[in-house]
Design a protein around this ligand. Structure first.
Ligand SMILES: C[S@@+](CC[C@H](N)C(=O)[O-])C[C@H]1O[C@@H](n2cnc3c(N)ncnc32)[C@H](O)[C@@H]1O
Ligand code: SF4
Length: 333
């Protein structure tokens, strides 16, 4: 059994500058791109201990100059029995990119769209309002290119904040009308971004009311939802989420562990189950593990599998350092 999720940025730069995002790096240039030869070295190591690999954490994956080749050739060859999840802002999903994604056979694609109001979209993503139409058109094209194929499942991810929460039901109505498979709504993490302080609405009566309407629209439309409402809702969406992944047992066990961590320690959603590998080969676990896995390229961090085993042993024996109030792992991502 493999219990880790890996996060890897094909390109840790971005073509957007969303006002709520910690990633303010521009794209392009050797520094932001994951070197192809290194990626080919790292993916087989991830296959050994990760049930799922997220291709994007803090950047825009479709910017990688070899994106098509990575999706068509390397991902299916190097991660054959792993759930591969692509997260994108959707702007560059042109026909050939959509074809590469569908040919790759990956399980899930999630496109981030917080609002279907062009002006709010333009303000939040720091782009022209017309960009929204391009993105929504691209999502419809991805669904068309996929046709009757089982994968990838196509989801929308939206951030609920003051600017978006009341009109979130409109986003859900678009999701149902376009025929997407799922919609995940998450609350804004305001980090320390000055402009975002007033946008935090988690748990307010207005937000809960609006999100309950979202749940109703998506349920009636037969679309999977993952919405931060009650604990019971979280459990239901976690169970239903198994319908979309290939390795269901690994998904269910990992999700249950994360849920348990969130209950025991509200600031922890990961319980040491996520690793991030940057494009210089550095591997990062959460601080609870007490283990620094080192670097996958220089030999100091080889044998990722052994390191993972050590981490689980420490966690089982409860030999982790206490977490601070804020999750430092999450703050860095
Ligand atoms: C950092 S992005 C990277 C992938 C891609 N560029 C995208 O936007 O989908 C990954 C996800 O983090 C979300 N995100 C970014 N900043 C956030 C914040 N402050 N609070 C909650 N989610 C955030 C984005 O909406 C996106 O769904
Ligand atoms: S949320 Fe995604 S698209 Fe927006 S700036 Fe961050 S990485 Fe780029």
């Amino acid at each position: 059994m493999r219990f880790l999720d890996a996060r890897i940025d094909l390109d840790c730069g971005c073509n957007y500058k969303c006002i709520y995002c910690l990633n303010r790096r521009s794209a392009g240039g050797a520094a932001t791109v994951y070197p192809l030869d290194k990626l080919i070295e790292v993916l087989p190591q991830l296959k050994e201990c990760c049930w799922s690999v997220f291709l994007a954490c803090g950047g825009e994956p479709t910017l990688h100059p070899k994106f098509g080749e990575i999706m068509r050739e390397h991902v299916p060859r190097l991660l054959p029995k792993t759930d591969v999840f692509l997260v994108t802002n959707g702007f560059r999903l042109n026909k050939s990119v959509c074809e590469a994604i569908v040919e790759s056979g990956i399980t899930r694609v999630s496109i981030s769209v917080d609002t279907v109001d062009p002006h709010t979209y333009g303000r939040l993503c720091a782009c022209a309002p017309g960009t929204l139409d391009v993105v929504l058109g691209n999502i419809e094209m991805l669904l068309k290119v996929r046709g009757a194929k089982k994968y990838p499942k196509v989801f929308l991810t939206s951030i609920a904040m003051k600017s978006t929460v009341e009109s979130m039901p409109d986003v859900c109505a678009w999701v149902v009308g376009a025929g997407l498979d799922g919609h995940r709504i998450q609350y804004l993490i305001s980090y320390d971004i000055e402009e975002m302080r007033d946008e935090y609405v988690a748990g307010t009566a207005k937000a809960c009311l609006s999100l309950a309407e979202c749940k109703s629209i998506l349920s009636k439309g037969g679309v999977y939802w993952d919405i931060p409402l009650t604990f019971k809702d979280k459990v239901v969406s976690m169970m239903l989420g198994a319908l979309f992944v290939k390795n269901k047992a690994e998904y269910l066990i990992t999700s249950a562990k994360k849920l348990l961590a969130a209950v025991q320690k509200p600031n922890c959603r990961f319980a040491g189950l996520i690793i991030h590998i940057d494009n210089a080969g550095n591997v990062e676990f959460c601080d609870r593990s007490g283990i620094s896995p080192g670097n996958l390229y220089d030999g100091s961090g080889v044998e990722l599998k052994r390191r993972v085993k050590e981490t689980f042993n420490r966690m089982r024996k409860n030999r982790m350092s206490a977490c601070p109030d804020e999750c430092s792992y999450l703050m860095k991502k």
